[in-house]
Design a protein around this ligand. Structure first.
Ligand code: ADP
Ligand code: MG
Length: 287
């Protein structure tokens, strides 16, 4: 990976694991020795908090960068996971209104990130749950968009609206933008319903489905409080392994040998007893 890839993780629905995906995928890519920057574009600053920073004490943030007060490099901090973070604070909420009055407002983030592209292999943009000017900025700055999708009834409604926005961006501000695919998150492969919704959404919009689906697991809730990603707090669980597999795919590497075991658990085969799976992956994937 010589050229930097900028990937926006977007879905205007909240709670579909955008932030979790950014934090976990970033940690997975760092394990593969990739240089990774994540950008928090949500005024709720959940990514910033999840990576161990208190948004209330952050002094220079995405807000200052987007308003042109500082360069992006000045706002970047290194986190415990080895991921670089351009943090957010609640001030970002006001940024939206201020950007609206600016010429070329859609290009502000793209221009700000230009100076950093040479320093990273991957830049992941964590979008807010809206299709407002901050998300348009992310889609304009990105090469690709990844759409986390919780497979439940009516999930497709939001996807249609998001894809309309993506098409507008492709037409007006970023011809090069492509859709990397939908990532099934909070996935319960044991129910036929989740699989049916996924097949419906993928077929209806002709979208690639990224593998493996990320299984639902209570262990995901623990990571943000520790300020680390799930790869550190519960690194051998199927959820962490799934993000590792996705990171390998994005990095252009073949799947690791133990991935078969983890995948079996999350793709719909009724789950075997959990401890057996954890033991298996323990042995093969400990670094
Ligand atoms: P978003 O950024 O789309 O709003 P988050 O990443 O903040 O979504 O996730 C919403 C909630 O779901 C969080 O509490 C997170 O810990 C939880 N979560 C994320 N992924 C999973 C998963 N695979 N299994 C269970 N809970 C998850
Ligand atoms: Mg979020």
């Amino acid at each position: 990976m010589n050229q930097c890839r900028v990937i926006a993780v977007a879905n205007q629905k909240g709670g579909v694991a955008k932030t979790t995906t950014v934090a976990s995928l970033a940690a997975g890519l760092v394990e593969l020795d990739r240089r990774v920057l994540v950008v928090d574009l949500d005024p709720q600053a959940c990514l910033t908090f999840s990576l161990g920073l208190d948004p209330e004490t952050v002094e220079i943030s995405a807000h200052d960068v987007l308003l042109g007060r500082v360069s992006a490099g000045m706002a970047v901090v290194r986190t415990k996971d080895g991921v670089d973070l351009l943090p957010a604070t609640i001030e970002l909420a006001g940024c939206e209104a201020m950007l609206l009055t600016k010429t070329g407002r859609e290009y502000t983030l793209r221009a700000a990130l230009d100076e950093l592209r040479a320093d990273y292999d991957v830049i992941l943009l964590d979008c807010a749950p809206s299709l407002g000017v901050l998300t348009i900025n992310a889609l304009t700055a990105a090469d690709e968009v990844l759409v986390p999708l919780q497979c439940e009834t009516l999930s497709h409604r939001g996807v249609g609206q998001l894809l309309d926005t993506v098409h507008d961006v492709q037409r007006l501000t970023n011809r090069e933008l492509s859709v990397l695919g939908v990532l099934p998150t909070l996935f319960d492969g044991r129910t036929a319903h989740a699989r049916a919704v996924l097949a419906d959404v993928a077929g209806r919009y002709g979208l690639p489905v990224l593998e493996p689906p990320i299984a639902k697991s209570v262990r995901f809730a623990e990571a943000p409080a520790a300020g680390r990603s799930i790869l550190q707090t519960a690194g051998r669980t199927p959820g962490a392994q799934a993000y590792r597999t996705l990171a390998r795919t994005l990095a252009g590497l073949p799947a690791a040998p133990a991935d078969d075991a983890a995948e079996g658990d999350v793709t719909g085969v009724p789950a075997p007893a959990a401890p057996a799976v954890i033991d298996l992956t323990d042995q093969v994937l400990t670094r």
